[in-house]
Design a protein around this ligand. Structure first.
Ligand code: C5J
Length: 230
């Protein structure tokens, strides 16, 4: 077992049953000209999460542990886009409209891709989702259960939207999540802080919150390659 310093108490996981979940590190959220900016957000705020996530990704890849990348987006014909989502706010461009990186949040557009710094490698799971939660209308739960995964290390954007929805869904399904504070990010620093506080409050009502440094310290003290448990 590996023990990582975290709030509200150490996060203990079996290395044969863990996955890294990288949520929505897409150009549409992290680069100028994408969906995030069309909503009036400063995308630079999310980019601090890239470097620490690269370090965690490398550690998982070295050990041969499961890595799952999610992407929020829609079918090109937008048949999976509810008006309730399409019509939110007053963006300069709506989902499906043509922006500098192609159609916003549409599968196949350049903006829908994961940023090159965190690009998936062959063999890693890439999961397309139409909603905020990664379990909603996807086969994520099936993939995790088929691999015997019980613990999730969570990175991604944005902390209070897709990360928060996903870790709540994971908790309801019996998965234990360690959310890495420096590998997540929000356009609103106060929402980032309060979402992290909510996860760990009340004895970890939703999950655990830690840092990439503490996770990497704990990993360094364990063997680099761990056989997958049956
Ligand atoms: C948003 C997300 N913010 N990935 N999506 O709409 O958090």
């Amino acid at each position: 077992m590996i023990e990582v310093q975290a709030e509200p108490q150490p996060f203990v996981f079996d290395p044969g049953h863990v996955a890294l979940l990288c949520i929505d590190f897409q150009r549409d959220f992290l680069e100028t000209g994408g969906f995030g900016e069309s909503l009036g957000n400063d995308v630079a705020r999310l980019r601090n999460a890239i470097a620490p996530t690269q370090a965690v990704l490398s550690a998982f890849r070295e050990r041969g542990w499961t890595v799952i990348h999610t992407r929020e987006g829609h079918r090109p014909d937008l048949t999976d886009l509810f008006p309730a989502k399409r019509d939110r706010g007053n963006p300069s461009l709506r989902i499906g409209e043509e922006g500098p990186m192609g159609r916003l949040l549409v599968r196949g557009s350049a903006g829908h891709e994961i940023v090159p710094e965190l690009a998936p490698q062959p063999g890693e799971v890439v999961l397309d989702k139409p909603g905020k939660g990664s379990f909603y209308a996807t086969d994520l739960e099936t993939i995790l259960r088929a691999r015997g995964i019980t613990s999730l290390v969570v990175a991604g954007v944005t902390t209070e939207v897709c990360v928060q929805s996903t870790v709540r869904e994971a908790n309801d399904r019996g998965f234990e999540s360690l959310v890495l504070s420096d590998c997540t990010g929000s356009y609103f620093p106060e929402f980032h802080a309060s979402a992290l506080a909510m996860f760990a409050a009340q004895g970890g009502i939703v999950g655990w919150v830690g840092t990439s440094a503490d996770l990497l310290d704990a990993l360094e003290q364990s063997p680099v390659r761990t056989e997958k448990a049956e």
